[in-house]
Design a protein around this ligand. Structure first.
Ligand code: BGC
Length: 381
């Protein structure tokens, strides 16, 4: 992961970002992941929680949805807190989770009217967000039980998560064999490698839906977090949050995060796109996106604790969602109620509704091809 750290540094310098990189890279070497029972689904299926620790990062992952149930990192004084929103019980994840910490598939974000045409054939997907399909439909990858296999490899520790989605599941063509690898490196980076193959032409767009609050979940809103995104354009949406197809410049709009600013700085500007999203809920076109090696794309920092998250990815897009639909009806892991803006998501992905926009980077996967993307989360304080 040294390489990634260097890539991140180079990217940060190029973008004029001055936040210092890790002063907390403890090279401890990790232990084998530990498994415990977290709960049971209504049909009796056991859900396990895997605990991993390496390089100063503590990660807890559920076999249900591949959910990051807790992610603890230290502040500048070495004090740990859980920086990922979630629940302390399986029942709430099953009944009411807005995708807290979950793996998202087969398709991250929306497909308009849940419909697309591939090789002349039109497919109707499960519709679960008004007239649209969101995050894979009614039962996406966030709501299935994954086969989890722990590993240690040199100084890395991690989990391989496997799920096979059958032909026609949620309306998608092809049997999709999916493997997601969560790795904690000796520097405490959390790396995600996604892989998938299919036996029929299909579309695929996998991501992860952690809601970050670097001051700690249940600590209030993220509006004072400082954010930079290396994207000069974004994909404006209609009132149903489906991209219009335009790649609009962020310059002169509330969507300009090319230089670091707080999340709250422009969030109340009366811009039509912010009204549609009830805040920020948009896909950035990453300037260095769509590469073979992860590139630095975003930095999030909580000034009060010093905790800093840097994201590198091979993906062309980044969905920044400012937790707009959290509405005071859910009680989080720490026992307090989550309200609007109590967490934010930075989802590395292909653009929403790409199957209906031939000009967007393609999300088509064909038999014989392997879908491969990587995202690295690097922490410091
Ligand atoms: C989407 C939001 C949606 C949220 C669900 C985000 O990825 O962009 O529109 O409400 O997921 O929690």
């Amino acid at each position: 992961m040294e390489l990634n750290r260097r890539t991140l540094l180079a990217g940060a310098a190029a973008a004029g970002v001055t936040a210092a990189l890790s002063s907390t890279a403890h090279a401890t070497g990790g232990n084998r992941p530990v498994k415990s029972l977290f709960g049971k689904l209504a049909d009796g299926t056991k859900v396990y929680r895997w605990s991993l620790e390496n390089g100063g990062t503590r990660l807890k992952v559920l076999s249900y949805g591949g959910i990051v149930q807790s992610l603890e990192i230290p502040d500048r004084r070495g004090r740990y807190t859980n920086v990922s929103l979630g629940f302390d019980n399986i029942e709430d994840y099953v009944s009411s989770s807005p995708y807290f910490g979950a793996l998202i598939g087969r398709y991250g974000n929306r497909i308009g009217k849940g419909r697309f045409t591939l090789d002349g054939k039109t497919y109707q997907l499960s519709v679960n967000d008004g007239e649209n399909s969101l995050h894979g439909g009614a039962k996406g990858f966030d709501k299935v039980v994954w086969d989890v296999e722990p590993f240690t490899r040199g100084s890395d520790v991690g989990l391989h998560l496997h799920y096979t989605s059958v032909d026609g599941e949620m309306g998608y063509p092809g049997t999709l064999r999916t493997k997601v690898t969560y790795t904690l490196t000796r520097h405490g980076d959390w790396r995600i490698d996604y892989e998938a193959t299919t036996d029929k032409a299909t579309v695929v767009n996998l991501t992860n839906h952690v809601y970050w609050n670097l001051a700690g979940e249940s600590s209030g809103t993220i509006y004072d977090h400082e954010l930079s995104i290396a994207g000069s354009r974004y994909t404006p949406v209609d009132s149903g949050l489906i991209p219009t197809g335009e790649l609009a410049k962020v310059a002169g709009t509330p969507f300009d995060f090319r230089r670091t600013k707080t999340v709250g700085e422009d969030i109340r500007v009366p811009h039509q796109q912010l009204l549609y999203g009830k805040g920020i809920d948009h896909n950035w076109v990453l300037d260095k996106g769509g590469t073979d090696r992860p590139q630095w794309v975003a930095t999030l920092r909580d000034p009060s604790s010093g905790r800093t998250l840097k994201i590198a990815t091979t993906e062309p897009g980044l969905q920044f969602y400012s937790g707009n639909f959290l509405d005071g009806t859910l009680v989080g892991t720490g026992g307090s109620v989550y309200r609007q803006g109590d967490g934010l998501c930075l989802e590395t992905q292909h653009f929403p509704d790409s199957p209906n926009h031939p000009s967007f980077p393609s999300t088509t996967l064909r038999p014989g091809q392997t879908y491969r993307t990587t995202t690295v989360h690097s922490f410091s304080a």
